[in-house]
Write a protein that binds this ligand. Sequence first.
Ligand code: BEZ
Length: 212
Amino acid sequence: MGQLRLGDEAPDFTADTTQGSIRFHEWLGDSWGVLFSHPADFTPVCTTELGYTAKLKPEFDQRGVKVIGLSIDPLDSHVEWSKDIEETQGHAPNFPMIADADGTVADLYGMFDQTKADKQTARSVFVIGPDKKIKLMITYPASTGRNFDEILRVIDSLQLTANYKVATPVNWNRGEDVIIGASVTDEEAKEAFPDGWETVKPYLRKVPDPTA
Ligand code: BEZ
């Protein structure tokens, strides 16, 4: 498979996880999904990321998002690592962790570097829409912990902009003003936003968050 790009279908796979064997697309159902990966178990930065993501589960649930982790180690190792995560972070992973010991799924998603020599590059986050299309992908270096508040923020933007003809500006958070999409004419905007908007520039038109 060639390099994955935004808008591609998220590759389907069958894998063993800490919550049993899953077929990925079937497991996702009609939900949004977050797939995030780890190059190995018992890695320090990943330990903190998994604990924090488990803490955020109510936030993901509220948005209709299913979270799944992946680590390039076997199932029994994931089970042991989960105990450490609970002990050190206060939250055990409360979502499935894929046992991708041979890196098949990581490879399917293009997480490895070009030579496949360096599995440390398997530190990716994919956000997948209910249409199974990839909406966001970010790959982090081993030395930098991921920001899962940012992942939630992007999901808020993706879910809003999937339903309204708007885009979200820099550092936007739920409830803040949004931007009328560049492809929306003023005529169309009058229908979509009958209460009007603020024209900062003809190409920069602000309206309140339509869900606020
Ligand atoms: C970590 O600290 O989680 C980590 C260490 C080495 C490679 C990748 C991740």
